[in-house]
Design a protein around this ligand. Sequence first.
Ligand code: 13P
Length: 278
Amino acid sequence: MAPFWLGTSWKMTKTLDEAAAYADDLRSAVEAGSVPPEVRLFVLPAATALASVRDRLAGTGVALGSQNAHPGPDGAVTGEVSMSMVRDAGASIVEIGHAERRTLLSETDDMVADKVAAAVSAGLRPLICVGETSAERAGGVTQDVLARQLRHALSRLGTLRPIELLVAYEPHWAIGDGGRTATPGEAAEGLAVVRRVLAEDLADTPTAVLYGGSVHAGNAAGLVTGLDVDGLFVGRAAWTAPGLLDIARRCHDALRRRSLRQPRNPDLVSAIVRKDPR
Ligand code: 13P
């Protein structure tokens, strides 16, 4: 059975001591057998903590990723770290196109496309984030925005193929303080667009489609049972190891309930999406 991905970005938080304590707690939980086997955990520390977290999580099966990296080769680019540098520091995943980078740091679809190609060249799994703003949703262009962002993100791969691709649907208005978790209908619409673009543009690659945006212990089970989703991507609610582990247990219970049900009819899900959101 494919794993269920459950991960957290620590964003711009944690001293080295705090990062180490989190990683040690996670290691203890893995060693105690309290991480459900079908849940594939991943953590994305700040770049400063990557190598130390790598050392502490070695052999636990928890995947490690970077929150960003520059698409160019190593060289004179002050203040940046390259794909090969984050890989050297222990990352197997690199997050690309997060809402906060698109809005606070003006990351464009072109930059995202360059980063995706560079990540794959470096042997990293890209974790591509797509999501619409509240104005775009209000304007009725959500499906067009998501399809454009994802198609653009994949557009510079040429013949390159990732070993595996992670795509997170994260509506901008759902993320962070003041964010509102997407309703099942809103989330299903976004996830269905992502699945359709992946089927059309990258059918030969293993992919996992995640939902993110104000996920917490109280709503994780409902998201797992209610959505056609291969994972959850969490911010604040998983900034402590017990927080992440609590959500992992709730996903485990929900996955068991989901597996007892009839498999979902994919035609019903894709029917939510109108014909061509290019
Ligand atoms: P929150 O869970 O804090 O809303 O953040 C989600 C997120 O940005 C994951 O990438």
